[in-house]
Design a binder for this molecule. Structure first.
Ligand code: FAD
Ligand code: 2HG
Ligand code: ZN
Length: 482
């Protein structure tokens, strides 16, 4: 059975000396940060949960802010020769403790690597530095009648390099697919400082192994992504969002089936939240329910090129869904401010949860029919021990976000949740991390979703690409893979 999660031992990396700082200051004048007040926010994760998970997590004393690939290369080459560990960091919105140091790893932030390198308005291929904030890229593209193929609630802070490093899914995956398909090229600084230039901008390229795929979802453990080339879809001329209520999860699934059949090519998102999420949105964020109270809510988005055609299709779908009693109430938005308001009911659940208490997060892939059964079983299993047990997520992609809160950190509650949740998931051949990655928090549970042979091979790849293990140590791979 998998080893228990817990604190890793600090590995024998060197500690940063004055000489090291002098070297960094020479390459990055004014961008080698050692003031503890300024380094602090990079030591703390978005959830502020790492110090609870593992004390004394996040005690780096150095934050490096390169602007160019060549600077990253020099830093990494130097760190490798000095045996100094490095934690690559983007927008620091990661949810599994991958983005912050465990001990005193040097933080290498890509925040100043935020230039767009090129955009081809015929092919829709964007090439940019890794530190571009997702929302800024979206705004840039929208002015040119394009959009990013991914969108997530953290768009205002997360960076494209971080998105690629975590293989972020998000709200549009149903329509545009994963980054494994849309990323066409990457530039990566390897652990020895070499720059791997796989920044191709080609749709098709079968010349040997597709090496960039290795870095997509590698969580900073195999290389530092410095630039990304990505295929962007045209901006849809017509967008509609509907917010619907359902009485049962079975009806919700039937609505999904109907929706796929009737909306077809214009369907761009199918998301859900349960009534417990709605309660938290109402209580903590004062967001009112846009429709009447229901056990389940669906957010459907359509994106197409002909407003009349889309409206007609949507109308027919809604009529059919109402007539066959799959949905009991709903509201439609075509105008941007209302679309945003409806989306925030789904996007802001994570934020609402942070106000509810200490949150235990699970990001699970399951066969569609089983998704909500896990929430029901967990509620029953925990009885009155949890404050809230909520289910929401990317139901169209088979991805459940199961979140459980308690007033304060509660080891007894955690022991009741885990390994129950992982065993339940493994019994359906699900994934214990659908889109957030493994980071520090989930890495020791990898065996619930991957055979030991696969994990062993991952270890071999890590050893080949980063023999000293300086890149994001203690992350992704379990304790027993060195
Ligand atoms: P960080 O958090 O800084 O880093 C994440 C990981 O990537 C770390 O392991 C880090 O070492 C590594 N990394 C970062 N940059 C690089 C680089 N240039 N090279 C190599 N490694 C690097 N995730 C989803 O998948 N779908 C969602 O819908 C979603 N919604 C979210 C909503 C909210 C409100 C929040 C807070 C988070 C959400 N996330 C979601 C999780 C998170 O936003 C994503 O994982 C995001 O892609 C992380 O990007 P980042 O720039 O913040 O990376
Ligand atoms: C989302 O889809 C994010 O909203 C965050 O992936 C999920 O906080 C979570 O559990
Ligand atoms: Zn998600």
């Amino acid at each position: 059975s998998p080893p228990a999660a817990g604190a890793p031992e600090r590995l024998p990396f060197s500690r940063v000396t004055e000489e090291d700082l002098a070297f960094f200051r020479k390459i990055l004048p004014g961008r080698t940060i050692t003031d503890p007040d300024l380094v602090e926010s990079s030591n703390v994760d978005w959830l502020k949960s790492m110090k609870d998970f593992f004390s004394p997590a996040g005690s780096s004393e150095v934050l490096l802010r390169p602007q160019k690939t060549e600077e990253v290369s020099q830093i990494i080459r130097y760190c490798n020769s000095r045996n100094l560990a490095v934690n690559p960091q983007g927008g620091n919105t990661g949810l599994v403790g991958g983005s912050v140091p465990v001990y005193d790893e040097i933080i290498l932030s890509t925040s100043l690597m935020n230039n767009i390198l090129s955009f081809d308005s015929i092919s829709g291929i964007l090439t940019c530095q890794a530190g571009c904030v997702l929302e800024n890229l979206s705004l840039y593209l929208e002015e040119r009648d394009y959009i990013m193929p991914l969108d997530l609630g953290a768009k205002g802070s997360c960076q494209i390099g971080g998105n690629v490093a975590t293989n972020a899914g998000g709200l549009r995956l149903l329509r545009y697919g994963s980054l494994h398909g849309t990323v066409l090229g990457l530039e990566v600084v390897l652990a020895d400082g070499q720059v791997l230039d796989c920044l191709a901008s080609l749709r098709k390229d079968n010349t040997g192994y597709d090496l960039k795929q290795l870095f997509i979802g590698s969580e900073g453990t195999l290389g530092v992504i410095t630039a990304v080339s990505i295929l962007c879809p045209r901006k849809p001329k017509s967008v509609n969002v509907v917010f619907l209520g359902c009485e049962t999860y079975e009806q919700l699934l039937k609505a999904f089936q109907l929706c796929r059949g009737m909306l077809g090519e214009i369907l761009s998102a199918f998301e859900f939240l349960d009534s417990e999420c709605m309660r938290l949105l109402n209580t903590h964020l004062k967001l009112p329910n846009p429709i009447s109270d229901c056990p389940f809510y669906i957010v459907i988005e359509t994106s197409g090129s002909d407003p009349k055609h889309d409206a007609e299709k949507l109308h027919n779908f809604l009529e059919e869904a109402m007539a066959s009693s799959l949905v009991s109430d709903g509201t439609v938005a075509t105008e941007e401010s209302k679309i945003k308001a409806l989306w925030s009911m789904r996007e802001r659940v994570t934020e609402a949860l942070t106000h509810d208490g200490f949150t235990y997060k699970y990001d699970i892939s399951l066969p569609l029919e089983q998704i909500y059964q896990l929430v029901i079983d967990m509620r029953q299993h925990l009885g009155g021990r949890a404050k809230s047990v909520v289910g929401y997520g990317h139901v169209g992609d088979g991805n459940l976000h199961l979140n459980i809160t308690s007033s304060t950190k509660d080891p007894a509650l955690l022991a009741a949740i885990e390994p129950f949740v992982y065993e339940w998931t493994a019994s359906c051949r699900g994934s214990i991390s659908a889109e957030h990655g493994l980071g520090l928090k989930k890495r020791n549970y990898i065996y619930y979703s991957k055979p030991s042979q696969a994990v062993g091979l991952m270890g071999n790849i890590k050893a080949m690409l980063d023999p000293k293990g300086i890149l994001n140590p203690y992350k992704t791979l379990p304790d027993d893979v060195k």
